[in-house]
Ligand binder design. Structure first.
Ligand SMILES: Cc1cc2nc3c(=O)[nH]c(=O)nc-3n(C[C@H](O)[C@H](O)[C@H](O)COP(=O)(O)OP(=O)(O)OC[C@H]3O[C@@H](n4cnc5c(N)ncnc54)[C@H](O)[C@@H]3O)c2cc1C
Ligand SMILES: NC(=O)c1ccc[n+]([C@@H]2O[C@H](COP(=O)([O-])OP(=O)(O)OC[C@H]3O[C@@H](n4cnc5c(N)ncnc54)[C@H](OP(=O)(O)O)[C@@H]3O)[C@@H](O)[C@H]2O)c1
Ligand SMILES: Cc1cc2nc3c(=O)[nH]c(=O)nc-3n(C[C@H](O)[C@H](O)[C@H](O)COP(=O)(O)O)c2cc1C
Length: 599
């Protein structure tokens, strides 16, 4: 039976900040209420999620259902807009947190963590909590945000009721393990509820010695996806064509893969991962520098081994250097110039050094450091799959998955270089070849559920990809909602991706408005956000009519500038203060009307 502790539900008309603040207040006003109203061991449990593409959120919702069935009262909340004060007022919190960027918090969650790290933040001794961290072992900082959060809470005096579990992409098994441990603890009477501080302090200092799950590849990542990064599908490349003209200063490709008889299932808005291989010429050059023949045996995992050639081709990154690798290499070879730039005050020099070089440069500038092939493989960062927003529609492009890929090529430290995966797709794969791919669902980037709802899509460069998918999907499903697309690229004559398709959709009225910004066609830069501002009144009207905003493409500059322009439009056309505009945009997010897929 549930208690009558008041709680502001998810759908109440408040911003996330307001809701979190009110819930914190209520939690602190009714601390004793749960005990009498619940089943013997029933507790009020806050379930918090820090999620970007929806996995942690989905698991949090499942957890809530199960906790309710066990007689607990639950309070589900995103950590976007959540405050440490609200958390401090809870007695029990279960936190599901994924990691993004370079070991960072998912979008919108960083402010919570920053506040938590403020020196004057009060202690959390009243709080009992546990963290389920979601991540991907192929990233250098596996599950780092969940681990940081766990460590910070513990340092503030909060008591772990259960050890943190770090889940790799095959998340079901570690999640079940964590859930079982958490439930067992919560379902004990308070007097029997043990904290596991002693256990966790040992594991946390080891930085990743928790109950990690590396999955075994045989398990499905999510129920609807049989194929995963560990177990990708060898899909045939059906088509590849250049979307940019020969005269262009860049190359962007359209690629079509087979779903292999519908084995790969996806929804418009999802991405897919490609498990890439390095350039064999670069691998040969490295072997020559090292004077190895490639047949040397190196470990592949804890139990299996492979050849050095195979590992350099498939398992490790050879085109990127990181601090860890440079540090180990420098120490091992006593490379004084490298040791000098590893000093903390030389961070900028180190960044410049690594951004211009790969393994070949390190080996040629400081030869003779590596004598054991296995050591080399161990030092190098793991190869990570590359994700691509799907640019097709499952309803319109049956049996196919499309991608829109910008080929990464640049010149640095005296040589031409290329991105691993984009050059694999551009140069080292031909139609009818097969590549290992899998679907990466993006549950937070979906068409509006109302087919008549208007959409504003902002997608410069390869950011057009999911919008091509959305437009085809809406047409195939007969959705009548209006579609406004902002597209930007360098030049109209050479870089207008999918021009014919988009113009024909504009002509027949499927695209209601198409605004383009060709940045290099005049002497000053013009970007998509300039077009948004030129049409700010109409943009605002669309929002008043219930339009949802979607942004896709470059995260480092474009998405931030577009976000600032949305705030400006709200302030100008909605006659709001800057705080009012912030609240308005937070409200759009909260009501699933502002979505971003940025990288
Ligand atoms: C969710 C998501 C969706 C994505 N969707 C798309 C998409 O639809 N289309 C698309 O094209 N990409 C997309 N990407 C990006 C894509 O995953 C890859 O990151 C991209 O293709 C580059 O991979 P790569 O292996 O070719 O290059 P990498 O081998 O990963 O090399 C890229 C690195 O090269 C370096 N570099 C690049 N240019 C320079 C330069 N000028 N000077 C010095 N160093 C440089 C940088 O360190 C950069 O990080 C998406 C990413 C995510 C996370
Ligand atoms: N880190 C970098 O420096 C860098 C640079 C380029 C691309 N990339 C990455 O390369 C990938 C592919 O890029 P892409 O082909 O999709 O195209 P893109 O490089 O994102 O460019 C598409 C269009 O966006 C413009 N643009 C640049 N800055 C912008 C801003 N602040 N606001 C709005 N528009 C802006 C570009 O103009 P101009 O180019 O004329 O300024 C161009 O017209 C992306 O992952 C992107 O993040 C990174
Ligand atoms: C762009 C990007 C960056 C990521 N960075 C990391 C990382 O640094 N460390 C890590 O362990 N996982 C990283 N991941 C993996 C995610 O944490 C993982 O896919 C997680 O299941 C996503 O959860 P969510 O769907 O709740 O956002 C990254 C994923 C993406 C797409």
């Amino acid at each position: 039976m549930n208690t009558s502790v008041p709680y502001i539900p998810d759908n109440a008309p408040f911003s996330p900040e307001q809701r979190a603040w009110l819930n914190g207040l209520l939690a602190s006003m009714f601390p004793a209420a749960p005990v009498s109203g619940l089943a013997p061991s029933g507790k009020r449990v806050a379930v918090l999620y820090a999620s970007q593409s929806g996995t942690a959120e989905g698991l949090a919702r499942k957890l809530v259902k199960e906790l309710k069935a066990q007689g607990h009262t639950t309070a589900l909340s995103t950590m976007v807009g959540y405050t440490p004060a609200a958390l401090a007022a809870e007695s029990y919190a279960l936190i599901l947190a994924s990691t993004y960027g370079d070991g960072e918090a998912p979008e919108g969650v960083q402010p919570f963590f920053e506040q938590l790290c403020l020196e004057h933040f009060p202690c959390m001794e009243k709080l009992r909590y546990s963290v389920f961290a979601l991540g991907d072992r192929h990233y250098e900082h596996f599950c780092k945000f969940g681990a940081d959060l766990d460590a910070k809470l513990r340092s503030l005096g909060a008591n772990p009721i259960c050890m943190r579990v770090d889940g790799d992409v095959d998340v079901d098994e570690p999640f079940a393990e964590w859930k079982a441990a958490v439930s067992a603890q919560l379902n004990k009477n308070d007097s029997h509820l043990r904290t596991v501080e002693a256990l966790t302090s040992a594991s946390s200092t080891a930085g990743g010695e928790q109950h990690n799950s590396n999955g075994n590849g045989a398990l499905s990542h999510r129920q609807e996806t049989r194929f995963s990064r560990e177990n990708p599908l060898q899909a045939e490349l059906l088509e590849r064509r250049k979307l940019t003209a020969e005269a262009s200063t860049k190359a962007t490709l359209h690629l079509a893969f087979s779903t292999e008889g519908g084995q790969l299932k996806y929804e418009a808005g999802d991405a897919f991962g490609v498990v890439p291989t390095n350039d064999p010429n670069l691998v040969a050059e490295i072997l020559q520098q090292l004077r190895f023949n490639g047949n040397e045996e190196v470990p592949k995992s804890n139990t299996a081994s492979t050849t050095l050639h195979d590992a350099l081709l498939h398992s490790v990154q050879i085109t990127r250097l990181g601090r860890k690798l440079v540090q180990e290499y420098a120490k091992r070879g006593d490379c004084q110039p490298l040791l000098a730039i590893l000093a903390p005050e030389k961070q900028a020099e180190l960044e410049k050094y690594v951004s211009e070089r790969g393994l070949v440069d390190l080996l040629s500038e400081f030869p003779g450091v590596v004598d054991d092939p296995a050591d080399l493989v161990r030092m190098l960062p793991r190869m990570t799959p590359r994700l691509y927003s799907i640019s097709s529609s499952p309803a319109a492009h049956k049996g196919e998955i499309h991608a829109t890929v910008a080929v990464v090529r640049y010149f640095s430290n005296d040589r031409e270089r290329g991105g691993v995966c984009s050059t694999l797709l551009a140069d080292r794969t031909s139609p009818s070849d097969r590549l290992p791919i899998y679907i990466q669902p993006n549950k937070k980037f979906r068409l509006p559920s109302d087919p008549n709802s208007p959409m504003i899509m902002i997608g410069p460069g390869t950011g057009i990809a999911p919008f091509r998918g959305f437009l085809h999907e809406r047409r195939a499903l007969g959705h009548k909602g209006c579609n406004w697309l902002f597209f930007g690229e360098r030049s109209a004559s050479s870089d207008f991706l999918y021009r014919e398709e988009l113009e024909s959709m504009l002509t027949d009225g499927h695209i209601t408005r198409l605004d383009t910004a060709f940045s290099r066609d005049q002497d000053h830069k013009v970007y998509v956000q300039d077009r948004m501002m030129e049409h700010s009144r109409t943009f605002w009207q669309w929002l008043q009519e219930g339009a949802s905003i979607y942004v896709c493409g470059d995260a480092s500059r474009m998405a931030k500038d577009v976000h600032a322009s949305i705030l400006k439009i709200a302030a100008k056309e909605g006659r709001m203060s800057s705080e009012g505009a912030e609240e308005y945009v937070a409200h759009l997010k909260e009501h699933h009307r502002y979505h971003r897929d940025v990288y």
